[in-house]
Design a protein around this ligand. Sequence first.
Ligand code: HGY
Ligand code: MN
Ligand code: MN
Length: 413
Amino acid sequence: MLSINRERFKENFSALANIGVMREGGINRPTFSNGHFKAREWFKQKTIDAGFKFKVDNAGNHIARFNCPSSTSPVLIIGSHLDSVPNGGKYDGALGVVAALEVLQTVKDSGVILPYHLEAIDFTDEEGTLVGLLGSSAVAGKLSEMEIANPRGNQDVLVDGYTKLGLSPSTILTSKRAPESIAGYIELHIEQGKILYEENIQVGIVTKIVGINSCSVTFLGRADHAGTTKMEDRLDASQGASSFGLTLFNRIKNNYPACVVNIGKMVFHPGAFNIVPEKVVVSVEFRAPESRQLDEIKFDLITVAKESAKAYNLKVEINFLGKHPPVIMDPRVRSTIKRVADSLGLKSREMPSGAGHDSQSFARICPSGMIFIPSKGGISHSPKEFSYWKDCVNGANVLLNTVLQGADYVQLY
Ligand code: HGY
Ligand code: MN
Ligand code: MN
């Protein structure tokens, strides 16, 4: 068993945690924001300083590569994402990227020869400010033209961001790799839930990741004067949107206890105190452990949207914006992570992930696994996100030794 260089790991993590910081301490690095571009530059410089080959692929993924002796070998990929949700936490994604770089450096320093190349990758737009799992699903060949042309985020930000990188949305799909060139994928990530923290367990071994579907639901009414228009005469889009939200929440809570739905944004047009809203655009995301449930919820969502529109004499348009199916993590990778955790004297347990991750893209094409560490109070996507540093070091050492024992699970052709 090898151990990471704790000082270097801590120094790198702390340096990155100072990029894109908000006044109240949150991390603000939505895809292609200034903070995100700075974090990407930091990773690039670190990679070059460490003597690794640096590459940007056509999806904008930043790649540090450490070759093994045989040029025809496949590559074992480790990594995560440096983009964040608006005003998020400093561990989500960043921990996995810094740990991946640390693993490459420790393996290089150790002189250990592996039968596969290693890459540490910062994947573009994991969080879905624009598309979601953009960089990893492009490499895995699971991204569609439709998702790029019809992103859940701002299309202009997507185009401008790629232009700034000297790339174009039209070539993102060319970053697809042949599955046989990839030996496997391992990701270290915070749990973002409270199971490990409450059960006082140091390592989570992810068994499966939920499926995620997004859509925007637009209610269309008529702009009117807010003071002179009788309530019964209004075609008020806000009433349709509000009724839709509450009805959908209750439907999911009552009929799909293992699933979740979230309305993260409602945009009112024209959006003034004294105008009855003529249009409300509702951003909806729903998640389920089984594909069948995603399909059933989609059907229910359409039904509830139409009923809510009808109740207030409104029109409604529904635009589905990309879907990531639920995946199972490779049992051989899971047993290797378990064996490594045991050898390091760390308590571990198997568990599902309610959060989406880049490993969701790779699990569809190669042996993939995820290592979780505890999130204090289960808080994430918030400036209050926190993990104890000893847990971060444990996670990086489990990642390192799972990579070294890749012979147990990688696909070598
Ligand atoms: O939203 C998620 O589940 C993840 O944090 N991207
Ligand atoms: Mn994440
Ligand atoms: Mn996240």
